[in-house]
Design a protein around this ligand. Structure first.
Ligand SMILES: [Zn+2]
Length: 405
């Protein structure tokens, strides 16, 4: 199958060789099956099966949302309302809300119910220009319910037009009915990880490394088990307090460490030294009504590669729009619009170990392409509702068209 895109105003993409965002004006792009075969080809004898008129619009790579908790059962708008009326997280938890309610609801849901519900959510991501989503388990916290969540991701990946990348996050919280914390670490290391790895249900393992949740020693133990089962590590690091998690991410060679609002400089330096991607999640800070945004500027200055993501989850971020996340990262985390664009495309691909196939408009890369009714890169975060996206292509196939345009 050969698809030709013509009448292109400009393409905007990160360029690895120039280490910069480039704007070019090719006459056309040729897609062979699911890959970008050539940009600005000149052969006259190629007959395309499908021709797409870009109508003098700008093309970019599809967004990659490298951190979501997509697999949950019911929303927590009641908690949101309670928080606005002044209740603390602890008050909400005591009255049966918070993460415990998400765990209860997920355990009570069937696989089919979860697949149907999450498939609808994915359509919202697509409308906002996201063509690859990382999704975590972590609201099950029993071997049965964690496997159920990861099987849901597997089914969604087959069902949906876009790619859903699976992460096991049994270490999201401690279940309430366990004997002691160490027994749950043992369950994760000796039963959950080997079983999930045998079933080939996850690529990454994530841990909530934070005071009151999983400490550095427990995280190290889980990382050892994950690595020996072939899972790459990710960390929720230093969101509320400096727990030394950023430093640990470097020590255990995590692929990314995410949040990083309270991390210390030595920790960030150790991440830079060990090529750990620093993922900023400014949507969470906004949604929680806080002002503790991560300092992306100093992380870049120290030498880290920055990714940005939505942290989509029922308790602390219901944002699907990567343009909004770009706007928040530039407004509050001190990074430029160019840097936020790289963070939502190429660096996000690095954070999920796919930088050889997605995140760029480049020959040989997947034809995951957004068509924009804009005049330049600045307009992407400027119109942060994502409504300037005219159409979305995934693997060379048109999967969304905005009827307003
Ligand atoms: Zn998260």
């Amino acid at each position: 199958m050969i698809t030709k895109i013509y009448n292109i105003k400009q393409i905007i993409t990160y360029d690895k060789v120039k280490n910069d965002v480039i704007c070019e004006e090719p006459h056309n792009i040729l897609i062979k099956d699911d890959l970008i075969h050539s940009i600005n080809y000149s052969e006259t004898d190629i007959i395309a099966d499908i021709e797409i008129d870009a109508e003098d619009n700008i093309l970019t790579p599809g967004f990659i949302d490298s951190h979501t908790h997509l697999i949950f059962s019911s929303n927590r708008s009641n908690d949101f309302s309670k928080r606005i009326s002044g209740q603390t997280y602890l008050d909400i938890a005591k009255s049966g809300g918070g993460i415990k309610s998400s765990i209860k609801n997920l355990r009570e849901s069937t696989k089919e119910e979860l697949v149907n519900k999450c498939d609808k959510e994915i359509k919202h991501f697509i409308k906002n220009g996201t063509t690859t989503i990382e999704a975590k388990s972590g609201y099950g916290l029993t071997i049965k319910d964690e496997i159920k969540s990861l099987e849901v991701i597997k089914e969604l990946n087959l069902l949906s037009d876009i790619d859903i990348v699976p992460t096991f996050m049994g270490a999201h919280d401690f279940p309430s009915n366990i004997k002691n914390k160490e027994s749950y670490i043992d369950l994760i290391c000796n039963e959950m990880i080997p079983e999930i790895s045998n079933l080939n249900l996850a690529e990454f393992c994530d841990v909530f490394c934070e005071k009151g949740y999983f400490n550095c020693d427990q995280t190290r133990e889980i990382a050892l088990a994950a690595n020996s089962s072939g899972l790459l590590m990710k960390l929720h690091a230093d969101e509320f307090e400096d727990s030394g998690a950023a430093y640990l991410a470097g020590e255990i060679n995590a692929i990314s460490a995410d949040h990083l609002m309270k991390s210390n400089k030595v920790g960030i330096e150790n991440m830079a030294k060990n090529n750990v991607i620093a993922t900023l999640l400014p949507g969470t800070t906004l949604f929680l009504g806080m002002n503790t945004y991560a300092n992306g500027r100093s992380m870049i200055d120290i030498g880290c590669n920055i990714a940005i993501a939505s942290d989509y989850n029922p308790g602390s971020s219901t944002i699907y729009s990567m343009p909004l996340i770009m706007a928040l990262a530039s407004l509050y985390c001190g990074i430029t619009i160019k840097e936020s664009f790289i963070a939502a495309t190429f660096n996000a691909a690095k954070a999920i170990n796919r930088s050889n196939s997605i995140g760029l408009l480049n020959e040989g890369y997947k034809a995951d392409i957004l068509v924009w009714d804009i005049n330049n890169l600045n307009e992407i975060p400027y119109w942060f509702n994502s409504d300037r996206i005219k159409s979305v292509l995934k693997n060379g196939k048109l999967i969304f068209k905005n009827n307003i345009h």
